[in-house]
Design a protein around this ligand. Structure first.
Ligand code: SF4
Length: 144
């Protein structure tokens, strides 16, 4: 029987797609390949952003980079493309990287670039949730 599709933040699977050129490899995420068809996604790359890139955080209803660039449209583009991929693969769940302005769920950086956090969802996580896709992070995988 075909395995259920699961959207996964590519950096959790070891892909070097983070703003600093690194990854956040998570063995527990990789191990889910035994039960799911993993669909690696980096919304920021799908939004046309390069690796490496200046970090960005959510400030109000915008996403801004540390050097003052408004990246909101790129983040929305990446979120939309991630949702399209979920639709195309039939995925109804996503395992996303915590804290990210794209992928974070429940808590994101507070827009001050000082390491502070605030309640909220990343742009992609919010769009997936609004479209009925269950979102998990590597910090809380209960239910996967
Ligand atoms: Fe990882 Fe998501 Fe950031 Fe891409 S956008 S590097 S998948 S946390």
């Amino acid at each position: 029987m075909r395995k259920e599709a699961l959207i996964v933040s590519a950096c959790l699977l070891g892909e070097s797609c983070r703003y600093d050129g690194g990854a956040k490899r998570c063995e527990a995420a990789i191990a889910l390949a035994s039960r799911y068809e993993l669909v690696p996604v980096c919304p920021e790359i799908l939004g046309g952003m390069p690796v490496p890139r200046t970090p960005a955080e959510i400030r109000g209803d915008r996403v801004v980079s540390a050097d003052g660039e408004d990246r909101t449209e790129k983040f929305l583009l990446g979120a939309g493309r991630t949702l399209a991929l979920a639709r195309a693969t039939g995925a109804v769940k996503a395992l996303l990287k915590s804290g990210s302005p794209s992928c974070g769920h429940g808590l994101v950086h507070d827009g001050s670039f000082s390491g502070g956090m605030k309640p909220g969802d990343g742009v992609t996580a919010a769009l997936l949730l609004a479209n009925g896709i269950a979102v998990y992070t590597e910090l809380d995988m209960a239910g996967l």
